[in-house]
Design a protein around this ligand. Structure first.
Ligand SMILES: [Fe+2]
Length: 483
């Protein structure tokens, strides 16, 4: 039976012909917001798969003022809800203040990441205040709704996880002092939201805790030597881990308004470990070999040690490939080549041990969200640079299993979805949108049995429009959704 598709809104994409690959093909923005129930399925959707998979990503509308960077596009959430063996799809733009202002103006207002700051443009957002806040990077589920977040530090936008309506800015009852970076975390045991933000003006890095019910209960300025560009943080049951890594805007150029991300291998990687509600006096720095980290897998306490697993970038300032033109530097950074790596911070001795866990190049790590901050065994990652495969790690046995999607097919971040009633950490499914140019105007969501990744998808759900390649995704278990 064909899906029941309703076009909720159409906003024509006003971008002219372009050679920029991030505006073409599997990246090209979609113009329609759909609601579609009873989606067609190849295979069978398990009846014990109950919840919503949400994925954020860029979906620009207007002709860019300058060069388009993939990170510039207006945020759009695509979601698929599973219940009783059926699937429903929706997609909606995130109605940020920047999105609404450009809708009123009918054109792009702010420059993009690869442009120069424009003093004549209205004040923008981000860690240096000149970009459009798109909220396009990731999503976290806290206090009954999703929050759409932006990697450059923006305002958190409340999203109804079911309808995808933008409910407004979450300012935590007026207590939000500044902004929120992407990769805020929710402790599944306490319901607390932990987040950081960074800026080019002091304090250069802050750390914050919000209670389960939305009260901002802790704020700490983390003392770092200058503007930094952390992308993620970690937490355990008692501690939070903030990062001062040696990849940041060249300070000499920044004073002249030039934003050049530069690697300083002569500097160490520094990790601030602070009790969850701790003071500056309780914060301790641990030094490790220089590196950059986009994404943390998980962290936990083990004896005197804090163990942190993350994808450690192989070459933090990758060289451009000749012949790739003006997008070469962006494309080099977007290869995201990283390896699974473990740090052990000894709270008793101050020592740091570090080791590579595997040679495969992987990114976009996810785990069972109910295990975050606690010792966990399994991680699900994507093979890079092309997101051409899914790799499941057993980090206790140091083994991995892999599935390759096939020629021309790439997957977005693949969150784990626990089976209803599951007890074991990997008893459930892995869900992802895949991009496949050969599907034309259709999209696909694939469902794997998490215990048998190598067998390939147990179901492929047909999405009635192409879903552009995007950024981060999350799974919200059905029992956590408001009634
Ligand atoms: Fe990220």
């Amino acid at each position: 039976m064909p899906a029941a598709v309703k076009v909720e809104r159409e906003i024509p994409i006003r971008i002219g012909p372009t050679e920029n690959l991030f505006l073409r093909g599997v990246f090209a923005p979609t113009s329609r917001e759909l609601s579609a129930a009873d989606l067609e399925v190849e295979g069978e959707i398990p009846r014990d798969l109950f919840g919503i998979y949400l994925r954020n990503g860029p979906n620009p509308i207007f002709q860019p003022r300058g060069r388009y960077h993939w990170f510039d596009g207006d945020g759009m959430v695509h979601a698929i809800e599973f219940r009783d063996g059926k699937a429903t799809y929706r997609n909606r733009w995130i109605a940020t203040e920047g999105f609404l202002a450009e809708q009123r103006a009918g054109h792009s207002i702010w420059p993009g990441l690869m442009d120069k700051p424009d003093p004549s443009a209205p004040r923008g957002a981000g860690s240096d205040g000149w970009l459009k806040d798109t909220a396009n990077t990731d999503l976290v589920f806290h206090n009954g709704h999703a929050l759409a977040l932006w990697y450059q530090c923006g305002l958190p936008y409340k999203i109804d996880a079911r309808t995808l309506d933008t409910l407004g800015i979450e300012n935590f009852h007026g207590a939000l002092r500044r902004t929120v970076s992407a990769h805020a975390k929710v402790d599944p045991l306490t319901g607390e939201l932990l987040f950081f933000d960074y800026a080019t003006t002091p304090p250069f890095l802050t750390y914050n805790v919000v209670s389960k019910s939305g009260e901002l209960i802790h704020h700490l300025a983390v003392d770092v030597p200058g503007p930094r560009l952390p992308h993620d943080m970690a937490f355990t049951q008692r501690f939070s881990i903030l990062m001062d890594l040696p990849l940041f805007w060249d300070p000499a150029l920044l004073t002249r308004g030039i934003h050049k991300v530069t690697y300083f291998p002569e500097l160490p990687s520094r990790f601030a470990i602070v009790p969850r509600h701790g003071t500056a006096g309780e914060l301790r720095w641990f030094e490790a070999s220089p590196c950059y980290i986009y994404h943390v897998v998980n962290a936990w306490e083990q004896g005197d040690e804090i163990v942190m697993d993350a994808c450690r970038v192989i070459d933090p300032e990758p060289k451009s490939t000749r012949g790739e033109g003006e997008l070469a530097r962006m494309k080099a950074f977007l290869r995201l080549e990283a390896e699974l790596y473990r740090w052990r911070f000894n709270l008793a001795t101050g020592a740091v041990k570090e080791e590579k866990l595997d040679d495969q190049r992987v990114e976009w790590p996810t785990i069972h969200r109910g295990r975050m901050g606690q010792r966990s065994r399994y991680a699900y990652t994507s093979l890079v640079p092309h997101f051409e495969g899914l790799v499941k790690y057993d980090l206790e046995r140091n083994t991995s299993r892999k599935y390759l999607f096939g020629p021309g097919i790439t997957a977005n971040e693949c969150p784990f979805a626990p089976r209803v009633g599951a007890r074991d950490e990997d008893d459930g499914y892995v869900v992802a949108f895949v991009a496949d140019a050969s599907l034309g105007d259709e999209g696909r969501v694939v469902i794997f049995s998490a215990r048998d990744i190598e067998a390939g998808p147990i179901a492929r759900v047909k999405i009635p429009q192409r879903v552009p390649v995007g950024f981060h995704a999350m799974w919200v278990p059905g029992e956590q959704l408001p009634a």
